[in-house]
Design a binder for this molecule. Structure first.
Ligand code: PLP
Length: 410
C-alpha cells in the first residue's frame, strides 16, 4: 500500500516538476523537491517528508507557515471583499493603518503596495518629490530590490549587470563608515537609504552609532533617511523593527515580506518631514486591498499576542551561542541579530547547503560564502537543537569547492 502510494506520488511529483521546468521563466535555480504544505517551521513535500524551513520563504514566514489566525482572516475576508482601490474607505485598511502606524508613532502615515521593491521604489520617489533633490546615497553590499529604482540602490554587480543604464543620481559608500557617509551626503542628496542588517549582502549588522550618525548627517544636510526593513522587520531581529535597537527614527520605513503573514504586501511608513504627497503623485492598483489588509491585521495581532520579537531575541541568542560552540575549521565567523544569522565560511556554501537539504534542512546563501538562517520566529528549541547538531555534522565534513580569498564588498 505504502509503496503503491509512494510510486503514485512519484509520478505526480515528476509531472509537477516537468510542467514547471517546461514553463518556468528560467530565472530561478530550482531544487527537485515538490513542497505542498507547511505548518509552523516545517514544510512538507508531496510524500509527506518534513523539512525544517530555515529560510521562511526568503524571510516571509516569521509567524510560521499556515498560521490558523491568518488563514481564518484570509478565508473570512475573501468571502466579503477582496479588492477596493484606495479612493474608497475600507474597514480592514483603516484597521491596518491604525495598527501598523502604532508600531512607530513618529511615522503616522502609510502607503500600501505589494512587495518589497515597490516599497523601496515608492520611498525613493517620495524622497525626490519631498526634497526637490535627486541624489540617493546607498551602501556597498546593499540589496533593495530588482526594479529600476531599487536596483539602482542595490550594489552587487551580479544584480545590475545587463540592465544598465540604471537610474541616475545614485552613489554607494562603504557600510558602517561614518566618515564616508559625511562626505557623500551633499546639498543635492534627497535621501540616504540603508538596511539595518544587510541580508543578501552577507548578514552584516549596522552599528547603532552608524545609524545615529546617518540620522544626524541627514538632518544637517536636509536629506531624508530611508530605512529598508523589508527583511529585518516584524520581529526578525528581536525588536518589532531592527532600527529600534538604535533609537533612530527614519523619515521613511520600507517593509514587506512578513507584513501580511505570507500574502504579498508592502508598505512605506511616512514621517512628517516627507512633503508633497498629493493625489496622483504615486499609487498602486492592488495596494491596500482589503484581503491583504485583513491578513496584515491578523499577522500583526499574532506578532503581538505571541510576542514574536522577544521570542526572536531569546532564540537568536541561544542559536548564536550554540553555533559559536561548533568547532569546525571551515567556519570563519558567526554573526547576526535576533533570528537573522549568518555563518561565514572559508569556502563556498553551495555544497554545504546541498548537504543540509539532504538532511532535511532548508537554508539560504547570502553571497557565495555565507549560510543565512532566517527560520520562522515560532521555531521550537528542539528544532533549533536539530539545526545546530545537523550544522555541526555537515560543517565538520570537508565538502571541497575552490577556497576563496576574503570576499569584499560584493
Ligand atoms: C532588504 C530588502 N529590500 C528589498 C527586497 C525586495 O523585496 P521583494 O523581493 O519583495 O521585491 C528584499 C528582498 O529580499 C530585501 O531583503
Amino acid at each position: 500500500m505504502t509503496d503503491k502510494n509512494q510510486s503514485v506520488n512519484d509520478i505526480i511529483a515528476t509531472g509537477i516538476i516537468a510542467a514547471e521546468s517546461k514553463h518556468t521563466s528560467g530565472l530561478y535555480a530550482k531544487q527537485p523537491i515538490v513542497i505542498v504544505r507547511g505548518a509552523g517551521a516545517l514544510l512538507f513535500d508531496i510524500d509527506g517528508n518534513e523539512y525544517l524551513d530555515c529560510s521562511s520563504g526568503h524571510g516571509v514566514a516569521n509567524l510560521g507557515h499556515a498560521h490558523p489566525q491568518v488563514a481564518a482572516a484570509i478565508a473570512e475576508q475573501a468571502t466579503r471583499l477582496v479588492t477596493l482601490f484606495e479612493t474608497f474607505y475600507n474597514d480592514q485598511r483603516a484597521a491596518l493603518m491604525e495598527k501598523i502606524t502604532s508600531l512607530v508613532p513618529e511615522l503616522p502615515r502609510v502607503f500600501f503596495c505589494n512587495s518589497g521593491t515597490e516599497a523601496v521604489e515608492a520611498s525613493l520617489k517620495f524622497a525626490r518629490l519631498s526634497t526637490g533633490r535627486s541624489g540617493i546615497v546607498a551602501a556597498m553590499r546593499a540589496f533593495h530590490g530588482r526594479t529600476f529604482g531599487s536596483l539602482s540602490a542595490t550594489y552587487n554587480k551580479k544584480y545590475r549587470e545587463g540592465f544598465e543604464p540604471l537610474v541616475p543620481g545614485f552613489s554607494h559608500v562603504p557600510y558602517n563608515n561614518i566618515t564616508a557617509l559625511e562626505k557623500a551626503v551633499t546639498a543635492d542628496t534627497a535621501a540616504v537609504i540603508l538596511e539595518v542588517v544587510q541580508g543578501e549582502g552577507g548578514v552584516y549588522p549596522a552599528s547603532p552609532e552608524y545609524l545615529q550618525a546617518a540620522r544626524r548627517i541627514c538632518d544637517q544636510r536636509g536629506a531624508l533617511l530611508i530605512i529598508d526593513e523589508i527583511q529585518t522587520g516584524f520581529g526578525r531581529t528581536g525588536k518589532m523593527f531592527a532600527i529600534q535597537h538604535s533609537g533612530v527614527v527614519p523619515d521613511l520605513l520600507c517593509c514587506a515580506k512578513s507584513l501580511a503573514g505570507g500574502l504579498p504586501m508592502g508598505a512605506v511608513l511616512i514621517g512628517d518631514a516627507v512633503k508633497n504627497l498629493v493625489p496622483g503623485a504615486h499609487g498602486s492598483t492592488f495596494g491596500g486591498n482589503p484581503l491583504a489588509c485583513a491578513a496584515g491585521v491578523a499577522a500583526l495581532t499574532v506578532i503581538e499576542q505571541e510576542n514574536l520579537p522577544a521570542q526572536a531575541a531569546e532564540k537568536g541568542q541561544y542559536l548564536m551561542e550554540r553555533l559559536s560552540e561548533i568547532n569546525a575549521p571551515v567556519i570563519r565567523e558567526v554573526r547576526g541579530l535576533g533570528l537573522m544569522v549568518g555563518i561565514e565560511l572559508k569556502q563556498k556554501v553551495a555544497p554545504y547547503l546541498r548537504a543540509l537539504q539532504e538532511k532535511r534542512i532548508i537554508a539560504l546563501p547570502a553571497g557565495m560564502t555565507v549560510i543565512r538562517l532566517l527560520p520562522p520566529l515560532v521555531i521550537t528549541y528542539p528544532q533549533l537543537d536539530f539545526l545546530v547538531e545537523t550544522l555541526a555534522e555537515v560543517l565538520s565534513n570537508e565538502l571541497k569547492e575552490p577556497v576563496l580569498n576574503e570576499v569584499k564588498d560584493e
